[in-house]
Design a protein around this ligand. Structure first.
Ligand code: ATP
Ligand code: LTN
Length: 333
């Protein structure tokens, strides 16, 4: 890595089937930034984050590998952008502990994701769920990251990462780069197809509310056909038209058409035609990803060689940061 180039880092949890929310809100931008930005990109599968919720070991192992394969399927090039599994780079846990001691209880208590998840998993409000944002800060700060491509729901966590970095730098001098979120204009928050006032989430029990990146084309089309809209019957962006606004954003992300072009193309046409078009466009944009994914999952040795190489590169950078932090804190070498 060359020192004065910008660094881009992001991660994704292997906590369920990845949805088009993950794709259009985050992953698509990872690929875009890798291909267009004059920067070094590093990406990870955040398996340590995922155990804040109980996982079944055999399924979890499979899901970690699948999530890794999806990253390569969307076009992350492991030769260009180190791509690794978080638990393989021990410095993430190490720095997270240290940063815990520079994070206030009150700050963590204010995190909306913590409040929401402690309600949905009321039987398991563990300390990891509470300190989740300090692990995320460690992920980011280890690589001296400048930009973090994420969906809008992660903005608050990013702000806390900045606060922690600034606090640490304030005490010890310039140790960490203070990261900035990169939140897309389009699809920063893809909404549920069944309740468009709620974020699309893979943990939603109603499977018709979310579309998985690996869903079959006919299932994708069916879910869009059932999407909740309104009684206005006009394909246009508008207040109170959450369902249609969401579908227009998704269609726009899948086709590259602007909202104005979409409104023009569907003037005088019904919601049925529009929902079918959105479903078909999404299915088509995901087709090559699914095909690549099926190929990659047949080649586990290749996947292993990629995540091992990714972890080696990441470890070298992470080790440098942790050494610097340890020295600043006063640990004996
Ligand atoms: P869960 O739904 O189980 O809480 P998640 O999908 O929010 O999990 P991750 O898988 O770690 O959590 O998210 C990875 C990335 O996808 C993050 O950058 C997140 O902001 C983004 N993302 C997730 N859901 C959406 C959505 N509905 N719209 C836009 N971006 C999203
Ligand atoms: N917290 C994120 C996933 C995540 C992440 C990160 C994103 C873990 N570590 C580092 C960006 C940078 C989520 O729940 N969506």
């Amino acid at each position: 890595m060359i020192n004065d180039r910008k660094i881009i880092f992001s991660a994704i949890q292997p906590s369920g089937q990845l949805t088009i929310g993950n794709y259009f809100g985050a992953l698509k931008n990872w690929k875009m930034m890798q291909d267009t930005e004059d920067a070094d990109c590093i990406f990870a599968v955040a398996d340590l984050h995922a155990i804040t919720v109980r996982q079944t070991p055999a399924e979890f192992r499979q899901r970690i590998l699948q999530t890794y394969a999806i990253l390569l399927s969307i076009g992350i090039d492991p030769k260009k952008s180190p791509c690794f599994i978080q638990s393989h780079v021990k410095e993430h846990s190490e720095l997270a502990w240290m940063l815990n001691c520079y994070t206030q209880f009150g700050e963590l208590g204010r995190m909306t994701q913590f409040k929401e998840k402690s309600q949905t998993h009321a039987d398991n409000v563990n300390a990891g769920l509470f300190t989740y944002p300090t692990l995320m800060a460690a992920d980011i700060l280890l690589y001296q990251t400048d930009f973090v491509p994420v969906g809008a729901d992660q903005k608050q966590h990013l702000e806390l990462s900045r606060t922690i970095a600034e606090r640490f730098n304030g005490i010890y001098g310039d140790v960490f780069t203070v990261p900035e979120p990169y939140i897309p204009k389009l699809c920063a928050r893809v909404m549920s197809l069944q309740d468009p006032t709620k974020k699309m989430s893979k943990s939603d029990a109603n499977v018709n509310s979310w579309v998985a990146m690996l869903d079959k084309p006919e299932d994708i089309v069916r879910k869009f056909k059932r999407a909740v809209t309104d009684s206005d019957m006009k394909v246009c962006v508008g207040e109170g038209k959450d369902g249609i606004n969401n579908l227009i954003s998704i269609y726009s992300a899948a086709t590259g058409l602007t909202a104005e072009q979409i409104e023009r193309d569907f003037e005088g046409k019904g919601y049925g035609d529009f929902k079918l078009a959105v479903g078909e466009a999404v299915a088509e944009s995901l087709r090559p990803i699914r095909e690549k994914f099926d190929d990659l999952m047949k080649n586990k040795d290749y996947l292993e060689s990629c995540y091992k190489a990714g972890a080696e590169t990441a470890s070298r950078i992470a080790f440098r940061t942790v050494s610097k932090v340890s020295k600043k804190i006063g640990f004996i070498k």
